[in-house]
Unconditional design. Structure first.
Lengths: 245, 44
């Protein structure tokens, strides 16, 4: 079992696999997004308190979930690289960071545009919003730190330490609405209790979240291939690849 | 079906700026990411 799994830790072995997977995840993301948007705008009813403004939920919540989830996956890969010295891990972490930062930005942006009509302000320094903003800075810090270190092995190690330390922030974001008295509402969905929202709203949110997830996988794999080509540019297999293309 | 026409759909019950501002910027981000990934791919 072990040799098979670790075979794909070699960039050369994973490169073509990633290439085959990208179209599948892209198509899945597109189809799910179309279904999700259809539910979001044409099936889910108007909210009796917020009117149509609540429809921001279908982009806001999936983006916010992805921002935290991608960070944990990124920290996981970075930690694995630190512990096992697997070559692909650091590249995987680098490939995840920009997409994670993008989802964090979308969550903050859509949250601001949702806050204005419902709370009367684009921004407050409450625990949920502040910790999510820190998440954006952690992503940007991770990208900047890795970019600033020329030696990729050292860049991976330094980045991994930052990613792992920053992972403390993710449970803080998630539980902030319980631990502190935030203007941001508590979660409408958790694993222990029935959701406190209409079934069609929930369905739209989950389908959009799946779409975001599939998109995240596709974008990350595409970036991973770019990173592999760049880092292994002097390897024979990349030269062959290039002359074949 | 929630809407009586295109204008009603775009107005979003008076919240058009906020709703379309959210979805528009999200779409722009995704479009830009795909664009940069592709252009980088072609260079390498």
């Amino acid at each position: 079992m072990k040799p098979d799994l670790f075979r794909y830790a070699a960039p050369q072995a994973f490169f073509p696999v990633a290439g085959k997977l990208i179209p599948w995840f892209s198509v899945l993301a597109g189809v799910l997004a179309l279904i999700g948007l259809y539910i979001a705008f044409f099936v889910a009813p108007t909210d009796f308190q917020q009117g149509e403004a609540y429809r921001i939920i279908f982009i806001h919540v999936p983006a916010a979930w992805m921002s935290m989830f991608i960070y944990l996956v990124m920290a996981g890969w970075a930690g694995m690289g630190l512990a096992l010295n697997t070559r692909l891990s650091g590249m995987m972490a680098s490939a995840l960071a920009p997409t994670g930062a993008m989802f964090t930005f979308i969550a903050l942006w859509s949250g601001a545009l949702w806050g204005k009509p419902t709370w009367g302000t684009y921004w407050v320094w409450d625990a949920r919003l502040t910790s999510e903003l820190i998440l954006l800075f952690l992503y940007l810090g991770f990208i900047a730190l890795k970019g600033a270190i020329a030696d990729p092995v050292r860049a991976d190690r330094a980045g991994a330490v930052l990613a792992l330390l920053g992972a403390v922030n993710v449970p803080i974001i998630y539980f902030s609405v319980q631990w502190w008295n935030t203007l941001h509402q508590g979660s409408s969905i958790n694993l222990m209790a029935a959701p406190t929202m209409a079934a069609t709203m929930l369905a739209g949110m989950l389908v959009m979240a799946l779409a975001a997830w599939m998109y995240g996988v596709a974008a990350t794999l595409a970036r991973l291939r770019n990173i592999i080509l760049e880092r292994e540019r002097d390897a024979d297999w990349v030269r062959l690849q290039r002359s074949a293309a | 079906m929630n809407w009586g026409g295109v204008n009603e759909f775009l107005a979003m019950g008076g919240y058009g700026f906020y709703v379309w501002g959210s979805y528009g910027v999200a779409a722009l981000c995704i479009f830009l990411e795909i664009f940069f990934l592709r252009s980088k791919r072609q260079k390498s």
